[in-house]
Design a binder for this molecule. Structure first.
Ligand code: PLP
Length: 383
C-alpha cells in the first residue's frame, strides 16, 4: 500500500492537482488568519456574513447549556430534539412548503434523498455541472443516469423523450451552480418536468438566503414552488451554520423519515447546531440589508473583473469564477494572491472539467468597496 499511496500522491502533484489543508486560526469573516497570516477572504460560502456572528454562537451556547451537546442517538431513536423540529417548522415557512426535514449536511441529504425516490429501472436526468453530492446520490440509487450538457434544455428534452416508458423519472439540478455561479433555467425545467411526467428536485445550497424576495432561493425568486416536488438546501453556506434540509409536502417528509438511509442510520445533529440555524433564519428575516449588500457586492465585483478583461462565464450570483484554464497556472495565481494578502482558492479538476481551472471568487455582505478594488488590482498584477 505504501508504494501505491506514494505514487498516487506524486501523480496528483505532477498534474498540479494535489490538495492540502490550511489551518485557520480565526473566526470566519472578511478577514481570516490562515497559515498564520491575516488575509482578505474571497473564498467562503458565508454569503450573509453570519458564520462568525456572535449571536449564532450565543444561540448554540445557550442550547448546549440547556440540552447538553450531543444528540445521543439517531432522531428515530431518542435524538429528536425539540430544536430540530422547531427549525423544521421555521424552514417550511421560509420555503413556503408544507413541511421540511433536516439532514446532517447537504452531502448526506443528496445521497439520502435520491436513492429513496428512485432505484433500479428508473431514470435520473442531471445537469453535467451538478454538485458531486447529487452525482453520488444518483450513483447510489442504481437508477439509469443521464447527464445533459450544462443548461442544455434541448438535450434534456431529447433524453426525456427517448426514455418515455420508464417507471419513474427524476430531474435533478443545482439552482445556483457552485463553481460557475450561474443559475439553472428553472422556468424551462418545470415545463419539461410536467410535459414528460418527471419529478423535479433542486439543490438550493448556494441560493438559499441569497436569491428570492425573502432569501427562499431560486424557487422563490421564480415563483415555481408548486411545481418543484423536492427542494433541498444547506444551512452551511448563507445561513452560516451547519446541516441541511429538504422542503416539500408532508408526505415527502414522512416518506424520507421512513426511507432515507442517511437520515435513519446516523446520529441527529447536536441540538445546539439547530439552535444556531434558527438564529440564522431570524437574522435572515430581520436583517434583509445583508442580502441587498451581498448582491450589490457581487455586481460590483463582477463588473470590475469583467472591466479588467477577466472571463467570469455566465455568473450572476456571489460566486464569480475567474477562468484560467491550466490547473498549475491557477494554483500559481492563487499562491501569488495569497502573498499579497488575498485568499482566492484555485479550483481544479476533478471539481471542474479538465482545462477549466479557475479562481473561484466569492463575495459576502461583509466586503467593502475597498476590499473589492484590492482583490481586482491584485489579480491584474499577478495574472
Ligand atoms: C450545490 C451543493 N450541494 C450540496 C453541498 C453539500 O452541502 P454540505 O456542505 O452541507 O454538505 C454543497 C457544498 O458543499 C454544494 O455546493
Amino acid at each position: 500500500m505504501k508504494a501505491f499511496l506514494r505514487e498516487a500522491l506524486e501523480a496528483v502533484e505532477a498534474a498540479g492537482l494535489r490538495r492540502a489543508l490550511h489551518p485557520l486560526t480565526s473566526p470566519q469573516g472578511r478577514e481570516i488568519v490562515i497559515d498564520g497570516a491575516k488575509v482578505l477572504n474571497f473564498c467562503s460560502n458565508d454569503y450573509l456574513a453570519l458564520a462568525g456572528d456572535p449571536r449564532l454562537a450565543e444561540a448554540a451556547a445557550g442550547a448546549a447549556q440547556g440540552y447538553g451537546f450531543g444528540a445521543g442517538a439517531a432522531r428515530l431513536v431518542c435524538g429528536n430534539a425539540g430544536e430540530h423540529e422547531a427549525l423544521e417548522r421555521e424552514l417550511a415557512q421560509v420555503k413556503h412548503t408544507e413541511a421540511a426535514l433536516l439532514f446532517n449536511c447537504g452531502y448526506m441529504a443528496n445521497t439520502g434523498i435520491i436513492p429513496s425516490l428512485v432505484g433500479r429501472g428508473d431514470a435520473i436526468f442531471a445537469d453535467k455541472l451538478n454538485h458531486a453530492s447529487l452525482v453520488d446520490g444518483a450513483v447510489l440509487s442504481r437508477a439509469d443516469f443521464y447527464r445533459y450538457p450544462h443548461g442544455r434544455m434541448d438535450v434534456l428534452e431529447a433524453m426525456l423523450k427517448k426514455t418515455g416508458d420508464v417507471r419513474r423519472k427524476l430531474i435533478v439540478t443545482d439552482t445556483v451552480f457552485s463553481m460557475d455561479g450561474d443559475v439553472a433555467p428553472l422556468a424551462e425545467l418545470v415545463v419539461l418536468a410536467r410535459k414528460y411526467e418527471a419529478w423535479l428536485m433542486v439543490d438550493e445550497a448556494h441560493a438559499f438566503g441569497v436569491l428570492g424576495p425573502t432569501g427562499g432561493g431560486l424557487v422563490e425568486a421564480t415563483g415555481t414552488g408548486d411545481r418543484v416536488a423536492v427542494q433541498m438546501g444547506t444551512l452551511s453556506k448563507a445561513a452560516g451554520s451547519y446541516g441541511a434540509y429538504v422542503a416539500g409536502s408532508r408526505d415527502l417528509r414522512d416518506f424520507l423519515i421512513n426511507t432515507a438511509r442517511s437520515f435513519i442510520y446516523t446520529t441527529g445533529l447536536p441540538p445546539a447546531v439547530s439552535a444556531a440555524s434558527r438564529m440564522a433564519l431570524k437574522l435572515m428575516a430581520h436583517e434583509p440589508w445583508r442580502r441587498t449588500v451581498l448582491l450589490e457586492n457581487a455586481r460590483k465585483m463582477r463588473t470590475a473583473l469583467q472591466g479588467a478583461g477577466f472571463d467570469t462565464l455566465a455568473s450572476s450570483t456571489p460566486i464569480i469564477p475567474v477562468m484560467v484554464g491550466d490547473a498549475c497556472r491557477a494554483k500559481d495565481i492563487s499562491c501569488k494572491l495569497l502573498l499579497r494578502g488575498i485568499f482566492a482558492a484555485a479550483i481544479r479538476p476533478p471539481t471542474v472539467p479538465v482545462a477549466t481551472a479557475r479562481l473561484r471568487i466569492t463575495v459576502t455582505a461583509a466586503h467593502t468597496d475597498a476590499d473589492i478594488a484590492r482583490c481586482v488590482e491584485a489579480l491584474k498584477d499577478v495574472s
